[in-house]
Write a protein that binds this ligand. Structure first.
Ligand code: DNO
Length: 356
C-alpha cells in the first residue's frame, strides 16, 4: 500500500508541507482544476503540479479526477471529440509519471450530501445524507438548500451558477436508462483503453455516492454486480476501480470485505478511498472518524481483505470530520484525515505482522 493524501492544488488550505509531515505519507492525489470539463490540460499545469509535489518530497502518482464530459455519458454525437481530449489528457499525465486516474461516471453530479456540517455529539461536524430530505425535493430545491447552507463551500457539481445548465441536463437525461448509460460507458472505455494500455495508465472508476439513483438519475456503479458488469464492458486490466468504502458502503447491503475478496474485482482495484459512515436510522447516515467502533464498517476486515487480495496500489484516507475548530473544504480538512492515516498505518502494520 502506498499512502497518499488528496490535495486541491495551491488554493488548498492544507499545504504540501503539512501533508509531508503525516507519518507514512508518500504520495499526492490531485488534478488540474482550472480547465473546463472535457478540455485538454496544459502540459505546463501538469508539470507545475508535479514539481510542487516532488519538491515537497512526495510522489506525483494519482490524478483524481479527469472528469468525463456529460456528452460522453449521454452518448451524444459530440462525444468522440471529448473522448479524443480524454485520451490526450491520459497521454499527458502519463508523460508526467502518473500511474492511475480516478474518475466517475455519475450523471450530472458527483457525490451528494444534504448537510455539509452536521454537528456530532463530540462537537465535531461531518457530512451527512438524509434520504427523507432528498426524496421529498427536486434538484432545483436542492440548489436552494445548498446556497443557504454552504458556508462558502459547495459540493462538486452543485455550484449555484450551474443551476440553469443542470436543469437542462436533467431534461437530456430523461430517456437515459441504466442500460443506456452502461452502453455509453462501454463506448467510452473502448475509446480510451488502447491509450491506457499503451501508456500503462490504470483507470479507477469511483463508485456512485450515495450508491443508488438520486433525483431520478440512473447510477451504475453501486454494488458488486455493477462492478462485475463494468469489468465485462472492456477486458483490459486497466479498466478498474477505486474501492471507496464510504460510497459503496452507503448501501448497507454491500458487504465490503466480500466485494474486495471477489477475485474478478480484486485484480482491478487500482486505488482505494477509506472512510467510515454511521447510519442513525434507515434514512440518515453521516460520516464519522475512520475508527471501526465509530461507524458501521469493520475497518480491520476491510484492510485485511485488501492485504489478502494483494492490493499494492495507492490508498488515501477519505473525508474527515471538521475537528479542532478547523475551517476547510467540507470533508477535506487536515486533522481528521491525518488521524485517519495514523489509524490506517496501525491497522496495516498489525495485519501485516500477524499474517506472516
Ligand atoms: C469525494 C470524492 C469524489 C471523487 C470523484 C471521482 O470526496 O471521492 O469526488 O473524487 O467521484 O471522479
Amino acid at each position: 500500500m502506498k499512502l497518499s493524501f488528496r490535495w486541491y492544488g495551491e488554493d488548498d488550505k492544507v499545504t504540501l508541507e503539512q501533508i509531508r509531515q503525516i507519518p507514512g505519507m508518500q504520495a499526492i492525489v490531485t488534478a488540474v482544476y482550472d480547465v473546463p470539463v472535457g478540455e485538454v490540460w496544459s502540459r505546463e499545469s501538469i508539470a507545475k503540479l508535479k514539481k510542487l509535489t516532488e519538491d515537497a518530497g512526495l510522489a506525483f502518482e494519482v490524478i483524481e479526477s479527469i472528469p468525463v464530459h456529460e456528452d460522453i455519458k449521454l452518448g451524444k454525437p459530440t462525444r468522440d471529440r471529448y473522448i479524443d481530449n480524454y485520451c490526450e489528457n491520459i497521454r499527458r499525465v502519463a508523460e508526467a509519471g502518473i500511474k492511475c486516474v480516478c474518475y466517475n461516471f455519475m450523471p450530472v453530479f458527483d457525490w451528494t450530501r444534504t448537510d455539509l456540517a452536521m454537528p456530532l455529539e463530540d462537537g465535531s461536524t461531518a457530512l451527512a445524507y438524509d434520504s427523507s430530505i432528498i426524496d421529498g425535493i427536486d434538484a432545483s430545491e436542492m440548489f436552494d438548500r445548498i446556497e443557504k447552507a454552504s458556508g462558502g463551500f459547495v459540493m462538486p457539481g452543485w455550484e449555484p451558477n450551474r443551476k440553469a445548465e443542470i436543469m437542462e441536463l436533467f431534461e437530456k437525461y430523461k430517456d437515459v436508462t441504466a442500460d443506456k448509460l452502461r452502453e455509453n460507458f462501454k463506448y467510452f472505455l473502448d475509446g480510451i483503453m488502447p491509450v491506457c494500455e499503451k501508456y500503462q495508465i490504470k483507470m479507477a472508476v469511483h463508485p456512485d455516492d450515495p450508491a443508488w439513483d438520486v433525483f431520478g438519475l440512473p447510477r451504475i456503479v453501486t454494488c458488486e454486480e455493477d462492478l462485475l458488469k463494468i469489468a465485462s464492458l472492456n477486458d483490459s486490466i486497466y479498466n478498474g476501480f477505486t474501492f471507496c468504502t464510504g460510497s459503496l458502503g452507503s448501501n448497507l447491503n454491500n458487504d465490503l470485505p466480500k466485494i474486495i475478496r471477489n477475485p474478478k474485482i480484486a485484480e482491478r482495484i487500482h486505488f482505494a478511498h477509506i472512510r467510515n459512515i454511521k447510519y442513525e436510522n434507515d434514512d440518515l447516515f453521516h460520516e464519522v472518524s475512520h475508527l471501526s467502533s465509530d461507524g458501521n464498517f469493520d475497518m480491520y476486515e476491510i484492510i485485511k481483505a485488501l492485504i489478502e487480495m494483494g492490493f499494492d496500489g495507492v490508498i488515501r484516507p477519505d473525508h474527515g470530520r471538521m475537528i479542532w475548530d478547523e475551517q476547510a473544504r467540507p470533508g477535506y480538512g487536515l486533522y481528521d484525515r491525518a488521524l485517519g492515516v495514523a489509524y490506517l498505518n496501525g491497522l496495516w502494520e498489525a495485519i501485516k505482522k500477524n499474517s506472516k
